[in-house]
Design a protein around this ligand. Sequence first.
Ligand SMILES: Cc1cc2nc3c(=O)[nH]c(=O)nc-3n(C[C@H](O)[C@H](O)[C@H](O)COP(=O)(O)OP(=O)(O)OC[C@H]3O[C@@H](n4cnc5c(N)ncnc54)[C@H](O)[C@@H]3O)c2cc1C
Length: 321
Amino acid sequence: MRVAVVGAGLAGIAAARELVASGHEVVVFEKSRGLGGRLASRRADGGAVLDHGSPVIAAPAGSALRALIEATPAEDRVDLPDGVAYAAGATRLPKILAAGLDVRFGVRLAALRAAGAGLELGDEQGNTHGVAGAVVVTAPAPQAADLLARSPEPPERVAALRALAYAPAVMVLAGVALAPGAVIGPVAGGPLASVRRETAKGRADADGVAPLVARLDAAASARLLDASDEEALALALPALAAVLGPGAPAPAWAQVKRWRYAVPEGRLDEEAVNPPGSRVIIAGDTVTGARFGGDDHHRVFDSGVRAARRVASIPTAEAVR
Ligand SMILES: Cc1cc2nc3c(=O)[nH]c(=O)nc-3n(C[C@H](O)[C@H](O)[C@H](O)COP(=O)(O)OP(=O)(O)OC[C@H]3O[C@@H](n4cnc5c(N)ncnc54)[C@H](O)[C@@H]3O)c2cc1C
């Protein structure tokens, strides 16, 4: 059967791998230009790599994700107390795990139209991408709701997805000329929730400038989500200077990155949101939940595997080849 997966984050990649392993023809649609979703990294001017999404990958011992990480060795992997990181950036693991998958980048699926026993896949430009017998949706719940609202799915299912709110995150990426062993002080009170020095992930300072990633706390992120970069930096940089302590130089550069849907405020019941036999299957942190500083990535990954297994229970499965 041809199966579409919406989203090339951890859940989508897990679902696609499992579906391919069970013999399905799988196409992953990803609206952005890269793999990983909220596992995201970027290279700043000067070459420093910064993870501006989740700071580490939480894959505790005993989890399927951990076993997979260990079975796919990467010499730049760094084990930190709260998870796994890669010197090349957080997208390194998704790139390893998605090897060989058919991923169509830059395609935002926007409609699933009934077509015989399957669903015709429509994108936001009005193009169609064939018919699939099942669609695994791993987008954050509000985006999943937008897609299901333009599908034959019942309105109750869309409403359930819409009811799940997400906390935003405004991230400030900065390069500061810190001494190699300089200790970053604790973050006490708002507006910053955390500050990390990315060189702890096996990455070198770029020209003596340490790459730092700071996350604004929930209140400041909500306030500044739609504000200008200047407004976000005006709040964040003095707070960063206070954390770095007296004498720390001003940042050589700073950038802002925003996540409208960073972590869900709760989760939906996986069984309730995935009625038996439905051709549209919801996976990802919509059904697992996730928290800043949490150890949820392995659960997100497992949800993708379970979604793939639900495809086997779809009665129309044989009709769309
Ligand atoms: C700043 C930040 C810090 C975090 N910290 C932690 C932490 O410490 N611990 C923890 O466990 N978790 C943390 N998380 C959450 C964790 O990263 C996520 O729960 C997890 O990565 C979600 O994976 P996913 O595959 O479910 O979704 P995503 O990674 O969001 O993947 C979904 C993909 O779907 C794509 N997409 C959406 N709509 C469409 C569409 N219509 N068509 C095509 N593609 C579409 C998106 O572009 C995206 O790539 C954090 C997240 C952020 C942003």
